[in-house]
Design a protein around this ligand. Structure first.
Ligand code: SF4
Length: 296
């Protein structure tokens, strides 16, 4: 059996930047404590558990009113402006860990709205990135399951969430064009997402793709989806090596291991190490600790 690691896979620059920012804040004596994160910094429970162990609390918008002192960190996915204004009005400290690629999408939307376009935003309903965008801007949300929207303007532009499948973006663009819409393309899927999906699509010899990542992570979900839909191979999603105890992999000859942009390197390496060296020794057991998840 051949076990290969997809290249690239795992942490992207946005996730590394967000984690680095938070670690620096923990160590910075000039930053008012406690530290709070408004939602999950990134979509990976191991990282969030490691941050909790460093006394960082995850809060919701309702919790903001109870906070008397400290610093609130905004997550990599972006935050509605009304929430930011609320934090400012309560005179609480604010640190923005939004990924620059997500900020770029906000800027693109602003630019097209200013040029009098109707912005069609292709996103995942209720994902924090989509929520921030639909709260901040007058966009028409469309999803892969529902491409309908009321046409209000003659100029249309198609913008997408950073972590969708780039092939689906193209499919949606073509479908809308076939329906008679004249649409400007402004693909905003981030490079990290594109490269991780492309590495799967190029791995034509794999008969199984194992995707390591959190169930909440959209880019992780997309990797498994791309493998099935565009390469027509089996794919399995796991959070860490222990989830593989539930599968019989013996029927596969050529396994590709990949991971979402918020999956710690330590988890990916442990999966590869066990599959390559002690494949026959079930049950698989993770030996990682909380500190391992924050390393890159
Ligand atoms: S996946 Fe893309 S948008 Fe999300 S944090 Fe990474 S670089 Fe930023």
């Amino acid at each position: 059996m051949i076990i290969k690691k997809a290249n690239p896979c795992g942490f992207c620059s946005g996730v590394k930047g967000a984690i680095t920012k938070v670690i620096n804040l923990i160590e910075d004596q000039n930053i008012e404590k406690p530290l709070y994160i408004l939602g999950y910094l990134v979509h990976n429970r191991f990282i969030n558990d490691a941050l909790k162990a460093k006394k960082i609390k995850v809060i919701t918008e309702e919790d903001i009113f109870q906070i008397k002192k400290g610093t609130i960190i905004l997550t990599a996915h972006g935050t509605p402006k009304k929430t930011i204004n609320l934090i400012k009005s309560l005179k609480l400290n604010l640190i923005d860990a939004t990924c620059p690629k997500v900020k770029h999408i906000h800027k693109q939307i602003e630019k097209y709205l200013k040029d009098d376009y109707q912005v069609l935003f292709l996103g995942v309903k209720n994902h924090p990135e989509t929520k921030a965008i639909t709260n901040n801007y007058n966009v028409s949300l469309i999803t892969l399951d529902d491409l309908s929207f009321p046409k209000e303007k003659s100029k249309l532009v198609l913008i997408s969430q950073s972590t969708l499948s780039y092939l689906d973006y193209q499919d949606v663009y073509e479908k809308l064009t076939l329906l008679g819409h004249n649409i400007t393309k402004a693909e905003t899927i981030c490079n990290a997402t594109y490269e991780r999906q492309k590495a799967i699509i190029d791995a034509k010899d794999a008969d199984l793709v194992i995707v390591v990542g959190d169930p909440l992570s959209n880019n992780t979900k997309m990797l498994a989806f791309v493998a099935k839909k565009y390469n027509n191979v089996d794919s399995i999603r796991i959070e860490n090596i222990e989830d593989l105890n539930n599968y019989d992999l013996s029927k596969y000859q050529n396994i590709l291991v990949t991971a979402g942009a918020s999956t710690p390197s330590a988890i990916i390496n442990e999966v590869l190490d066990i599959l390559q060296n002690t494949f026959d020794k079930k049950p698989y057991k993770s030996l990682l600790n909380l500190e391992d998840y924050l390393k890159f």
